[in-house]
Design a protein around this ligand. Structure first.
Ligand code: IMP
Length: 416
């Protein structure tokens, strides 16, 4: 029963899409277990860029099936766009996309509330993607949410949406002048739900059939460990558990089913949105990483904050997820730098015992490599200083490197 998981080990945007795209060459099913349209997984095939927000990256491999698990919060409007975009590119989605009946649905009201709450927080705003993720999970936990299966009873759902609309008008969150636009969105939303309902099914049965038949399953994480609602930099986090422990509840399987957990790290660090970032570089090296790595959020196009690799948080991520190996991405972005730093400890204590915004990072400095990485076929083909950097990361994090991505192309990846 091989179930491999790919988990973001930092603050998201680690390049999971490309790693999943590579690994699902040998997967029968790729499953998302948490999050929603806040994710943005970018895959390049030649010059063609595909950004997926909800459908697992496995959809780009013709034989692979894709599961959107009960732990996700589904945005029907976004999902319809994604399904149409894939169909327009000649990618078959019928019969290959399976959405859990139990997944919660993001309504236009959740998006409104997300923007409203962010506005109300002022300077303390989280910097969310405004995709309605937080309000949808809030409704789920407070037992007021709408699951995909609830839409089979149209009359009841419509009554609940009408009540919600009225309650938001009463609270002044929806202004009378905005009503025509809100109602148009609601109409489009209901049409989108009708479009995706035929993809709904009992995915628990489906995944257990795959497990039973000994087929290969890949669990695709979204966001990253440091955005986990329990273990991340709370409150500057997303609203789901992003760590490997949530694979089980987000898909409906037992812990023994997970056989391998691959943590994906960028060769440096980035973060979008607010919140502490001990190794952030507010200087020309930070600008260099931002520009060379083209560090813009895949979902919101916001500029990503950049910094050195933080091995303290890397170790923490390894412990939380039980990484059996790690993947290092965007290694080529470091090519031109003279020296590279890695944070090895905080002088004033460990997270979460200390507030991460107060952390005092201590670094080691390693020599950089001022050369292109070429087309390495094995680890020893990499420049000596690159090898040293990677071995240091591996040792400090405490897990072996199994994959190295050194360019945006599909084939610029080295499996160890
Ligand atoms: P939310 O998930 O939209 O509620 O946003 C909460 C925080 O998580 C914000 O800082 C977002 O920028 C961040 N975030 C959410 N999804 C992603 C992602 O896929 N990559 C990177 N950051 C993300």
């Amino acid at each position: 029963m091989p179930l491999r998981a790919v988990i973001g080990a930092q603050w998201g945007d680690e390049g999971k899409g490309k790693v999943v795209d590579y690994l699902c060459q040998s997967a029968d099913l790729v499953a998302r277990f948490q999050g929603g349209a806040n994710a943005g997984h970018t895959i390049f095939i030649g010059d063609e860029e595909t950004i997926l927000h909800q459908i697992p990256a496995g959809i780009l491999r013709p034989e692979t099936h894709c599961l959107l698990g009960n732990g996700m919060v589904i945005d029907p409007l976004g999902l319809v766009q994604e399904l149409r975009m894939l169909t327009a590119r000649g990618i078959e989605v019928q019969g290959r996309v399976h959405i859990s009946l139990l997944a919660h649905i993001v309504t236009p009201f959740h998006k409104l509330l997300d923007a409203y709450r962010e506005g109300a927080l002022g300077k303390r705003a989280i910097g969310t993607t405004k995709r309605g993720i937080g309000p949808c999970y809030t409704d789920k936990v407070s037992r007021e949410g709408l699951r995909l299966c609830d839409f089979y009873d149209r009359t009841s759902v419509e009554a609940r949406l009408r009540d919600k609309r009225q309650s938001l008008i009463n609270q002044g969150i929806i202004k009378i002048a905005e009503l025509p636009q809100v109602d148009a969105e609601l109409q489009a939303f209901q049409e989108a739900v009708d479009f995706i309902l035929p993809f709904a099914e009992n995915t628990i049965e489906l995944i257990h059939d795959y497990l039973q038949a000994d087929k290969k399953i890949l669990a695709e994480g979204a966001q990253g460990t440091l955005l986990d609602v329990d273990f991340g930099t709370y409150p500057y986090v997303t609203s789901s558990n992003t760590v490997a422990g949530n694979i089980c509840t987000g898909l409906g399987i037992g812990p023994k089913a997970v056989t391998e957990v691959i943590g994906v790290f960028k060769a440096y660090s980035t973060r979008v949105g607010s919140g502490p970032f001990p190794t952030e570089l507010n200087d020309e090296i930070g600008d260099y990483l931002q520009e060379t790595g083209i560090e813009f959020g895949a979902t919101t196009r916001r500029r990503r904050r950049c910094g050195w690799f933080d091995a303290v948080l890397g170790r923490y991520a390894r412990q939380l997820n039980g990484f059996t190996s790690i993947a290092i991405t965007k290694l080529d972005v470091l090519n031109g730098l003279e020296h590279l730093k890695i944070c090895v400890r905080y002088r004033n204590g460990n997270f979460p015992s200390i507030d991460l915004s107060q952390a005092e990072p201590e670094y080691i400095t390693l020599p950089g490599w001022q050369q292109d990485l070429g087309q390495p076929r094995r680890f020893s083909d990499l420049p000596p200083h690159t090898q040293r950097y990677l071995r240091t990361v591996e040792e400090l994090v405490g897990a072996p490197i199994s994959l190295i991505s050194y360019g945006r192309e599909r084939n610029q990846i080295l499996e160890l």
